[in-house]
Design a protein around this ligand. Structure first.
Ligand SMILES: [Fe+2]
Ligand SMILES: [Fe+2]
Length: 293
């Protein structure tokens, strides 16, 4: 893929498939703690795949600095790249094909539909279902030539000390912020209980889609979108000192969403054409005619 970044091809694309980091989440957070079942139910983890995930996080932790995040916010939050109907944006995302990995059976749209269908089956409100449907739409960043480690992967605060609870914390040693006295203390540029609305997280598909949808969805949906990859908080609670009471309240929804994202993968693909009328109506209820990427 052609890119406009200063990074080499191998730095832009350390993973043979972008979804490998999500499979790695299943290894880290197996459903019901049952690793054997998960190994059988989901793609098997060979050592080389794990090595590419390791390399992915090495690059992610090295390059996601406070300045990098602020630059990406400047660059992408102008939304001057594309204007599409929401369903066209889903189709656009679906052009993200991992041709180098023959093991991929589910495309992007199917992961989104399966997540949404699992939420729907449990009788949750319609905006929750819609959140399942769109939560990874921010991955279109990859189609704009962005490095994989600036699109997917666990997110974490920048501008303050990196937590040991973030996956592969040893790789933060290569991040310049780690030796910058402005950023390498527990609070860094932030204050106790300042609230996540004041905290910059590493750049990726979560923040990007949050900014695209922020005027259209109920707040719990926006928290689910914005923080679904923030595992060091919603699973490890490593950044409690930055949260305010409102964040704590809203993180109940982030936690509720996570199992649908991780554990709704099923080898039986949903039939898009059958589901499309329902989801088109749902999109029409909440999202505008077109969205700007
Ligand atoms: Fe995601
Ligand atoms: Fe997802």
């Amino acid at each position: 893929m052609k890119t406009n970044t200063p990074f080499s091809d191998s730095e832009n694309k350390p993973l043979p498939s972008m979804d490998l980091w999500e499979d790695d989440l299943l290894r880290r957070y197996p459903e019901n703690g049952n690793t054997q079942k998960d190994k059988e139910a989901f793609r098997n983890y060979e050592a080389p795949a794990r090595d590419t995930v390791r390399e992915f996080y090495r690059l992610n932790h090295k390059y996601q600095t406070y300045d990098f995040v602020r630059e990406k916010e400047q660059e992408f939050l102008q939304f001057n790249r594309k204007e599409l109907k929401p369903w066209e944006a889903m189709d656009f995302l679906n052009t993200l094909v991992d041709d180098s990995d023959p093991d991929i059976e589910l495309d992007q749209l199917q992961h989104l539909l399966q997540t949404a269908e699992a939420i729907r089956a449990d009788g949750h409100p319609d905006w929750f279902i819609l959140t399942g449907l769109i939560h990874d739409m921010g991955k279109v960043l990859c189609l704009f030539g962005e490095p994989q480690w600036a699109v997917v992967g666990d997110t974490f605060p920048v501008g303050c000390a990196f937590s040991e609870s973030v996956v592969y914390p040893e790789f933060f040693a290569d991040n310049p912020d780690n030796s910058d006295p402005r950023y390498n203390t527990k609070y860094g540029i932030y204050e106790h209980g300042c609230g996540l609305k004041n905290v910059h997280l590493s750049w990726g598909h979560d923040e990007y889609l949050y900014q695209i949808t922020r005027n259209y969805l109920p707040e719990p949906a926006l928290y689910m979108i914005r923080y679904h990859s923030f595992y060091s908080q919603h699973r490890e609670e490593a950044y409690d000192h930055l949260l305010d009471d409102h964040d704590r309240e809203m993180f109940r929804w982030v936690k509720k969403f996570n199992p649908y994202d991780l554990y709704s993968k099923s080898p039986k693909p949903p039939v898009v054409e059958e589901l499309k009328p329902f989801y088109s109506d749902l999109i029409g209820k909440y999202l505008p005619e077109t969205i700007r990427l």
